[in-house]
Design a protein around this ligand. Structure first.
Ligand code: GRF
Length: 283
């Protein structure tokens, strides 16, 4: 290029550089090769930067949003926890937009705890005898529950009367299943009460909890017939089977955001699904 002016030489060098950079051709170690390497390194660095940025966005911006769209559930039990198991299974098998974050028992020997633990669910237990009074127990229970920041707290055979302070703390987020067709037979021994009164239809109720015992807006009910010759245990088994239908269905509506309270404290469910579940032999 000796016969060319400096300006033309520079222009030609730049054009050749561009072609060689594009083609990846040039002698190893030459200024052009070094410049190409530098461009490649920068490109690689940018690629890595974008990969790292992408990972950060996924990990801290996108994924938390999708997992926060899952409703967080804490289930309280006192014993075998068959309703808790029905809820956990339905949540998992039907891929609810929810996760059961913890199962907490009112006694350390509650049989349902080991099942929950085997499912990989966090468990906890508070024993009421370790607390001086009901308020102290409920305060400690609320602290334990709130560690999981639940959207809903589900009482599933939780055999403790809760203080108004506790109930109000979870207003609109606390749900119970009671083994009778409320408002009939609040309290204990509901199956014996049903047999004693001669009702022909018995069942269960899923309801929001209010400070009044076994009372509150009804989300779903399940019904079974009462047969002549039934014992309380026979009736309890029949009711339990329909509890395992009604409770998961009601909680699914909740986590899907379909449950609303009217001004007069009645429940409405979007899509108006049937809210009465019939047990096996309740035609
Ligand atoms: C169920 O009948 C529930 O309605 C009542 O206690 C029983 C608990 O059973 N509150 P499980 O522990 O869910 O098996």
């Amino acid at each position: 290029m000796s016969g060319l002016s400096h300006a033309r030489q520079d222009g030609l060098m730049a054009a050749m550089d561009a072609i060689e950079v594009a083609d990846g051709q040039c002698a190893r170690g030459s200024p052009r090769w070094r410049r190409n390497r530098s461009i490649e390194v920068q490109r690689g660095f940018h690629d890595r930067e974008f990969t790292i940025l992408g990972w950060f966005a996924l990990e801290y911006l996108i994924l938390p949003e999708s997992s926060s769209s899952k409703r967080r559930l804490v289930i309280l039990i006192s014993g075998r926890g068959s309703n808790m198991q029905a809820l956990v299974r339905a949540c998992r098998d039907e891929a609810w937009p929810a996760e059961v974050c913890a199962v907490i028992a009112s006694r350390p020997d509650a049989a349902g705890l080991s099942w929950a633990h085997e499912q990989g669910i966090a468990t906890g237990a508070l024993y009421h005898k370790d607390f001086p009074n009901r308020e102290a127990f409920d305060t400690a229970l609320a602290e334990e529950i709130d560690r999981y920041q639940p959207d809903y707290v589900l009482l599933a055979g939780f055999m403790r009367v809760l203080t108004p302070g506790f109930v109000n703390h979870y207003a609109g987020r606390l749900v119970n299943i009671h083994p009778s067709l409320l408002p009939m037979f609040p309290g204990l021994h509901t199956h014996a009460q049903a047999l004693a009164t001669g009702v022909q239809l018995h069942g269960c109720t899923v309801h929001f909890v209010t400070p009044v015992l076994d009372h509150g807006p009804i989300i779903a009910q399940g019904c079974v017939p009462v047969h002549g010759g039934d014992t309380p245990d026979m009736l309890a088994d029949r009711v339990l089977a329909v509890e395992h239908q009604a409770y998961p269905a009601a909680v699914r509506w909740l986590v899907e955001g379909r449950v609303h309270l009217t001004a007069d404290q009645r429940v409405e469910v979007d899509g108006e699904p049937p809210r009465l579940f019939r047990g096996v032999d309740a035609a």
